[in-house]
Design a protein around this ligand. Structure first.
Ligand code: AVJ
Length: 322
C-alpha cells in the first residue's frame, strides 16, 4: 500500500476564501466543509431519515455491481472523493468475486481517510494493491497512477459529488476525468441525484435533527481555525432551498445581524449586512437528458443508467468512444 500526498492542498483554502468572500454575492467552496469534524457530520447526514441519496446509491450498487463488473471487465477502481469508501466495498467485493480485482486508487483531500481506508481494504481484500492519493481531485488528477495494460479501469465519482460543480466547471472537470480513460477500454461510474418532487429534495437538506445545519456552519469553524478568523458561528442561520429554475439545491448561511469579520491570515476584513446570505454549496440534480448532454459535452458517451426502485438516484456508466 502506498499513499502519495500533495502538499499544495491547503493553499487552495486561502485562495478560495479570499476570492469567495470579496465577491458581490459572497460564497465559499463546499470542498472546505470536510475537516475531520465536517467529515463526521457528513457521515451523520447520510444516516438521517430525510437524506435518501446515500441509501439509494448503495441499493443500486448492491443490486447492480455484478452487472457493472460483467459489462466492463473492470480490474482497477480509481475513486475520486473516496471518504470512508463505504459503498466502494460493494463494488470491490463484486470485482473480487469475478476474479478481476487488482488495484484500488482512492483520491481524497482528507489524509487520515485515505490512510485508514487503504489500510482496511488491504486487510479485507487479500492481494489487493492500494495506491492512495491525498489531494484535491479538481487539481491533482495528474497524480493518479497510469492504467495498466490489459486491466480495464473504472473511475468512480459517487454520492452526487458532481452536483457541487456549476455547469461550466462541471463540463471541464468531466473533460479532465475523461483524460484518465482509455477509449474503448475504461469507464466513468458517476453517481447523480435525480430531479424529483422539490419537497423531498428540500427535506434532505433540512433534516429535523439539524445535522445539515451544523455541517453548514462548520465551514465557518474551519475558517476560524485555519485562517485565524473570528466568525460568530452561532450568528449564522442554515438555509437550504431547491432552485426550481436551475434544478439545484443551494445551501446558504444567513447573517442574523450586521457583522464585521476579520480573517487575520488573509489580512482581510469583511462585513455582512443584516440578513446577508453567503452561499456555501450548490448540489445539482439531474435528468437522463442532462446526464447525456453533460457527457457528450465532455466527449463521453452515456452507456447505461441504473436507478434505485424509487427512482431517486442514478448511477451511470460512460465511456470515451473508441
Ligand atoms: C457530498 C456533495 C453529494 O450535495 O448532497 C449533503 C453534500 N450537503 N448535505 C450533497 C451535502 C448537504 C452532498 N454531496
Amino acid at each position: 500500500m502506498t499513499v502519495e500526498t500533495r502538499l499544495d492542498a491547503e493553499r487552495s483554502l486561502a485562495d478560495d476564501v479570499l476570492d469567495g468572500l470579496t465577491r458581490p454575492f459572497k460564497e465559499l467552496a463546499p470542498k472546505h466543509f470536510y475537516d475531520a469534524h465536517g467529515a463526521e457530520l457528513f457521515d451523520q447526514i447520510c444516516e438521517q431519515p430525510e437524506y435518501y441519496p446515500t441509501r439509494a446509491e448503495r441499493s443500486i450498487l448492491v443490486a447492480g455491481s455484478a452487472d457493472i463488473v460483467a459489462r466492463t471487465g473492470v480490474g482497477e477502481l480509481v475513486e475520486l472523493g473516496s471518504g470512508t469508501a463505504e459503498k466502494t466495498r460493494v463494488l470491490l467485493a463484486a470485482m473480487a468475486a469475478a476474479g478481476t480485482l487488482t488495484r484500488y486508487v482512492p483520491v481524497d483531500v482528507t489524509e487520515h481517510m485515505v490512510q485508514r481506508t487503504a489500510g482496511e481494504l488491504v486487510e479485507e481484500f487479500p492481494g489487493l494493491r492500494v495506491e492512495g492519493v491525498v489531494g484535491d481531485f479538481e487539481q491533482h488528477l495528474d497524480a493518479v497512477p497510469a492504467p495498466e495494460d490489459g486491466v480495464p479501469r473504472i473511475v468512480a465519482l459517487l454520492g452526487g459529488t458532481i452536483g457541487n460543480f456549476i455547469p461550466g466547471s462541471r463540463r471541464s472537470f468531466l473533460r479532465s476525468i475523461a483524460e484518465l480513460l482509455r477509449p474503448g477500454v475504461d469507464h466513468l461510474l458517476l453517481g447523480t441525484d435525480l430531479v424529483k418532487d422539490p419537497a423531498i429534495i428540500e427535506a434532505a437538506y433540512n433534516d429535523a435533527a439539524g445535522v445539515t445545519a451544523a455541517f453548514n456552519r462548520n465551514i465557518l469553524v474551519v475558517l476560524n481555525r485555519e485562517l485565524d478568523a473570528n466568525f460568530d458561528v452561532d450568528a449564522f442561520e442554515h438555509y437550504a432551498f431547491f432552485d426550481r429554475e436551475r434544478e439545484w439545491i443551494e445551501m446558504r448561511l444567513r447573517a442574523t445581524h450586521r457583522m464585521d469579520v476579520r480573517l487575520e491570515a488573509l489580512k482581510l476584513d469583511v462585513s455582512f449586512a443584516a440578513r446577508e446570505e453567503l452561499r456555501t454549496e450548490i448540489s445539482a440534480k439531474f435528468t437522463r437528458e442532462r446526464l447525456a448532454h453533460d457527457m457528450a459535452a465532455a466527449g463521453l458517451e452515456l452507456r447505461e443508467v441504473l436507478t434505485d426502485d424509487d427512482g431517486l438516484f442514478a448511477l451511470s456508466l460512460s465511456a470515451r468512444p473508441g
